[in-house]
Design a binder for this molecule. Structure first.
Ligand code: KIV
Ligand code: ZN
Length: 523
């Protein structure tokens, strides 16, 4: 059944990290990563999880149906264009959920109507037919007029009325290109509630993109005007400047409940862990000064601020780090820390490990502790990401590396396993990273292009680990790889090889005719 709103102060949180977020170039997640993120979202109390776009690829379909099967409390939603095969495929994937939803959409603004070259009347008919079809399959149907904020008001009212009569239970109002502003966002929802017959029987949702940096403000303004579902992603992940950030709208309504008296079912103490996991698996690092989840969001650097916080924390903090699950006691671990301490610490950071996994991570932890005196939370998080990204069952594995570099030139020697077979190579390069990447290319020739290479220090100090992220592209498929090590060159080659492994898996999983993502909005 579709959620109904008896409690007018409740705002539903619809998370689309796995669909709109994952659509962002390079943010591709593996099947297992999607399942893990969906489980964390469900546990956090997200009302609706948009798990993917089932017709886009076999991988998307499989992920959505598995997430549907495993779902506990959240509604599981699959996206579909205004086409019968899309809707059927979405239903095929979500039908296993205890609470399934089909979300179908069509671009209604003049610019979007021109693409399929439909007249207003023809499009109205398509909307009627596709929403009715979806409703015959599923009780819970969401419909979106894409680019609603640039659609003529009369036409928007007309098609929304058609969608409601055809059985839509949620009407989503997308600001697809992040064009609106808070007052206009509120006025639009208000106008629709006043003018559209049947508006009081459905839930209006707001779906904002952040092109002008106003997505959070626009979403909250829509809620004040009567929208009761916010569509958002963790860390604001999404195409271009991203979507509304879940953590921002949820914490805004919590911290300023005095002026925004709306409740969500979100357990905010799970926000930080989810933010970290999404950053890791998507390869999109969170900017340091990002609201709520940025590394600096709770740091006080200036003397006046530090002094004030020591005397009364409320002088410069409007929320507590613990509210978002940020562990204040960042106590360092070291080579004398035992397995039980490691398990407890990882539990605190949101990782629950089975005995075998713990054994493996403990070996890596000890190896790191031999090289680095103090191991902080961020080191452990990097270690966990590394263990998930590079495993002993990978097709390509880095076995041994030696690099000579200095003012006289750079040379690398690398041993790798390719499908279990040891191969080695020596190469010179324009810098140590270039030399070692040339070795990889010689051992494993590939057409894949390196699109991005970036290095972040995990903690402070010269013995800090470096996290290296790479983004690679081959035949339109984009993947990221990341790895951490106190040796930046070793982290670089592991990240590079990790991305190659992902490209290989993706090319095996993508059906030849399934490249729908690149044309996802065309009808
Ligand atoms: O931004 C958008 O318009 C969308 C739709 C598919 C809802 O993501
Ligand atoms: Zn969107």
């Amino acid at each position: 059944m579709a959620p109904t709103m008896t409690d007018k102060s409740k705002v539903l949180i619809f998370d689309t990290t796995l669909r709109d977020g994952e659509q962002s170039p390079g943010a591709t997640m593996t099947h297992d990563e999607k399942l893990e993120i969906a489980e964390l979202l469900d546990e956090m109390g997200v009302d609706v999880i948009e798990a993917g776009f089932p017709i886009a690829s076999i991988g998307d379909f499989e992920a959505v149906s598995e997430i549907a099967k495993r779902s506990k409390n959240s509604v599981i939603c699959g996206l579909a264009r205004a086409k019968m095969p899309d809707i059927d495929r979405a239903w095929e994937a979500v039908q296993h959920a205890a609470k399934p939803r089909i979300h179908t959409f069509i671009g209604t603004s003049p610019l979007h109507r021109a693409i399929p070259d439909l007249s207003m009347d023809e499009m109205a008919q398509v909307i009627h037919d596709t929403v009715s079809h979806a409703r015959n399959l599923c009780d819970d149907v969401q419909w979106s007029p894409m680019d609603a904020t640039r659609t003529e008001h009369d036409y928007l009212c007309r098609v929304i009325e058609i969608a409601i009569k055809a059985g839509a239970t949620t009407i989503n109002i997308p600001d697809t290109v992040g064009y609106t502003a808070p007052r206009e966002s509120a006025d639009l929802i208000k106008m629709l509630i006043e003018r559209v017959p049947g508006a009081d029987e459905i839930i209006f949702a707001t779906h904002c993109h952040n092109d002008l940096g106003m997505a959070t403000a626009n979403s909250l303004a829509a809620v004040e005007a009567g929208a009761r579902q916010i569509e958002c992603t963790i860390n604001g992940l999404g195409e271009r400047a991203g979507n509304t950030a879940l953590e921002e709208v949820v914490m805004a309504m919590k911290v300023r409940h005095d002026i925004m008296p709306y409740d969500t079912g979100i357990d905010t103490t799970k926000i930080m862990n989810l933010s970290r996991r999404v950053a890791q698996v998507s390869g999109f690092a969170v900017q340091f000064n990002k609201a709520i989840v940025g590394k600096n969001a709770f740091l006080h650097e200036s003397g006046i601020h530090q002094d004030g916080v020591l005397k009364n924390v409320e002088t410069f903090e409007i929320m507590k780090p613990a509210d978002i699950g940020l562990n204040e006691a960042n106590i360092a671990m070291g080579k004398h820390s035992g397995r039980a301490a490691l398990r407890a610490k990882l539990n605190d950071l949101g990782y629950e490990l089975g005995d075998n996994q713990l054994k493996d991570v403990f070996v890596r932890f000890k190896a790191l502790a031999d090289r680095k005196k103090e191991i902080y939370d961020d080191d452990l998080i990097a270690l966990m990401t590394d263990s998930a990204a590079n495993t002993d069952s990978d097709y390509l594995q880095v076995k041994w590396l030696r690099v000579v570099c200095g003012s006289d030139g750079q040379e690398a020697e690398l041993k790798m396993l390719v499908d279990g077979q040891e191969k080695s190579c020596k190469s010179e390069g324009d810098g140590p990273v270039d030399a070692v990447f040339k070795c990889v290319k010689e051992i494993y020739p590939t057409e894949a292009k390196l699109k991005l290479y970036q290095v972040h220090a995990v903690t402070e100090g010269t013995d800090a680990q470096a996290t290296v992220s790479v983004r690679m592209e081959e035949d339109g498929r984009i993947v990221t790889g990341s790895a951490s090590d106190t040796d930046t060159i070793l982290a670089s080659v592991k990240a590079y090889v990790g991305a190659l492994n992902r490209l290989r898996v993706r090319s095996q999983k993508t059906a030849p005719d399934a490249d729908v993502k690149s044309v996802s909005y065309k009808l």
